[in-house]
Design a protein around this ligand. Structure first.
Ligand code: F6R
Length: 639
């Protein structure tokens, strides 16, 4: 028997609030907290709040600090208990949650330092049991938690309650999952520096809170949010246990909510407006689920899989199959800049003008070749004038060993040719002295950052030369928002937008390619896209009508791939082109093997790209289209 979709499994079992961005979600949660503090204050009571750390609540704390400084919100009657702390770790260490909380919240508000509590990461092991019991008792003595704020790990952990944590668990020492250590390695620079253990409140400690708000932002959290909200309540996904709490809400941004059935497969959750996009999505999901080419789907298939409404609307399976098959077929092209001198109806790109001026924005110095190397080469080979705008220097992703090797080379080079090497020797000595005593996550000196940026610039230039570009087609933008020397970047600023406006105005492209893979763990891709979009809006607002004829294509690849049904342009690659792209990626030697701040995926970038490109081709093949060796995929964005 074929499996039927269990409709009861597609509904949300926890109330969900969705906001366009983390900022709006954070304002919503900050208002709830402010109201609670205010009400408790009016009754002369203390307000007891459980707090989380990590990247998620930073925007919430920024909002609370703003309310304190500008709107008179006081924390005098607030008592807080944090969920967790790494073990062992000193309170003052840069990655300690004590340090985090002081920096982002406590020291910027009027909370009484005697009123905030975190687990102590420095106690000897034999005193930990006692300490954990005391922590629980302190919460109870304070009257219990009125509200618990949570983030969620990609594996579903809440606090550091890793999968398998019992629902009756209390505050305790826990061994961190490898996946958690990998995810958190971003703050430490390298996974080996992430502690192996942590002290965390238990699931039962969290569940005793009168109210719980779990926040999640970004695409990477979307799959685990779906599991937690729609799946079975199981200790394997600790956040799903929150289904058993009576007053728990998930506050999400649109990206974190994107895998929920109501968005992903809206036909399963009620009436749905059958736009061509939704029809394509539904039929492609059905064909892949049944492992059948689109043209082989039958009325029975549609009925069995919750698509009877679509059948009623369209008449019969054959018509729907054809409609979707043509959409898929028309998205495939070997002419990403349009095919000159031909008129192909429904081709993804216009054939005129030819040749086109193309501006390819690459957030880091290697995203161009990793994510769209095959298309990049085709565009150039087919006669278009391709420019690349390298948006950031990418300097934090070069290892210390690599930079020392290069300065050593500079000294040796001068030596060989009898050039005075005093300055470069001094730079080498300074760099070696600094790097020898550099602490984990310490910022590099401006000198070292500069050299790291230079290394990446040389690699990018070499890749452009490999593709065939001339110097005037290569633009290093060094956007200032990136230049913090740490994993945390500044928000986009005026200067970033101005630099981008200037480059676009100078080239006046017919086509722009931008990174749309917003799951990049450091958020750089998202800021880079926002900057381009803001620049385009300004150019348009200034009355430059030519911009209406500029088409914007988004690529993914380094961190994730488009869903097969979203793809509007799929550019095939032969085995030879795959190899050529691989060699182009190899030019980025500083990014080979292991790089700092790599995120949770251990594979090298060429491996990720190849697997994603091969998979897209495979899926097209499975759906009944011609199967190529690999395909790069794009979605068009309209301003
Ligand atoms: C932090 C904590 C963790 C994080 C989770 C998500 O105190 O207990 O459960 O909430 O790992 O981390 P971010 O927010 O960095 O994605």
């Amino acid at each position: 028997m074929r499996p039927r979709i269990d409709l009861t499994d597609s509904l949300e079992k926890i109330p969900v609030q969705i906001f366009p961005s983390p900022k709006e979600g954070s304002v919503y949660v900050a208002n709830i907290i402010a109201k609670l503090i205010f009400e408790k204050n009016a009754k002369g009571e203390k307000c007891v709040i459980g707090l989380a750390t990590g990247s998620t609540p930073k925007s919430l704390y920024a909002e609370l600090v703003h309310m304190h400084k500008n709107e008179g919100l006081s924390f005098k009657n607030v008592i807080t208990f944090n969920l967790d702390q790494y073990y062992p770790m000193e309170a003052d260490a840069l990655n300690s949650y004590h340090y985090f909380m002081r920096k982002y919240l406590f020291e910027q508000t009027d909370i009484d330092p005697d009123n905030y509590f975190l687990p102590d990461g420095m106690l000897p092991k034999d005193q930990l049991k006692e300490h954990c019991l005391e922590y629980e008792k302190r919460i109870e003595d304070a009257g219990g938690l009125d509200l618990q704020i949570l983030g969620i790990g990609n594996n579903g952990h809440i606090g550091f309650n890793e999968p398998g944590s019992a629902s009756y668990s209390k505050t305790r020492l826990i061994t961190l999952d490898n996946s958690t250590r990998l995810a958190n390695s971003q703050e430490f620079g390298n996974v080996s520096q992430v502690p192996r253990m942590a002290i965390t409140m238990g699931i039962s400690t969290i569940m005793k809170s009168k109210e719980i708000i779990l926040m999640a932002w970004g695409q990477t959290k979307a799959p685990v949010i779906k599991k937690s909200v729609e799946g079975l309540a199981t200790e394997e996904v600790p956040a799903s246990l929150l289904q058993n709490h009576e007053n728990c809400t998930f506050v999400l941004d649109e990206a974190a909510a994107s895998e929920l059935t109501r968005f992903k497969s809206p036909w399963l959750t009620g009436e749905c407006d059958w736009t061509p996009k939704i029809i394509k999505n539904a039929v492609v999901s059905l064909a892949l689920k049944l492992n059948k080419p689109v043209l082989n789907l039958t009325d029975i298939d549609y009925n069995d899989f919750g698509l009877s409404d679509l059948l009623v609307e369209k008449g019969d399976a054959y018509e729907i199959n054809l409609e979707v098959y043509y959409m898929l077929r028309d998205s495939i092209t070997g002419w990403p800049g349009g095919k000159p001198d031909s008129s192909i109806p429904n081709h993804p790109e216009r054939s005129k003008p030819f040749p086109k001026k193309v501006l390819l924005f690459s957030p880091h110095p290697d995203d161009d070749i990793i994510s769209m190397g095959g298309t990049f080469m085709r565009l150039h080979d087919q006669g278009h004038e391709v420019h690349v705008g390298y948006q950031t220097s990418g300097n934090i992703a070069v290892t210390d060993e690599f930079v020392t090797r290069f300065i050593d080379f500079a000294v040796g080079f001068e030596n060989i040719f009898g050039i005075d090497d005093t300055t470069s020797k001094k730079i080498l000595d300074n760099a070696s002295a600094f790097l020898n005593t550099k602490r984990s996550s310490e910022k590099d000196t401006p000198e070292i950052r500069n050299i790291k940026g230079l290394i990446r610039r040389c690699e990018a230039r070499a890749t452009c030369k490999y593709v065939g570009l001339k110097d005037h087609q290569i633009h290093f933008m060094n956007l200032p928002f990136y230049e913090t020397g740490t994993i945390e970047k500044k928000p986009m600023g005026e200067e970033d937008i101005e630099l981008t406006v200037n480059l676009i105005q100078k080239i006046k492209p017919d086509q722009i390619f931008c990174a749309g893979d917003l799951a990049d763990p450091h958020g750089t891709h998202k800021v880079c896209l926002d900057i381009v979009l803001e620049a385009l809006r300004r150019i348009k607002a200034a009355g430059n009508n030519w911009i209406d004829d500029c088409w914007i294509w988004l690529y993914k690849g380094a961190w994730e791939e488009w869903d097969i049904s979203e793809i509007e342009m799929a550019v095939p690659m032969s085995p030879d082109q795959v190899r050529k792209k691989r060699y182009g990626i190899f030019i980025h030697q500083s990014q080979k093997d292991s790089v700092p701040f790599q995120g949770g995926d251990n594979r090298e970038f060429w491996q990720r790209a190849e697997e994603r490109n091969a998979n897209t081709a495979l899926l097209y093949g499975k759906l009944g289209l011609t199967q190529y060796a690999a395909m790069e995929a794009f979605v068009r964005m309209k301003l």
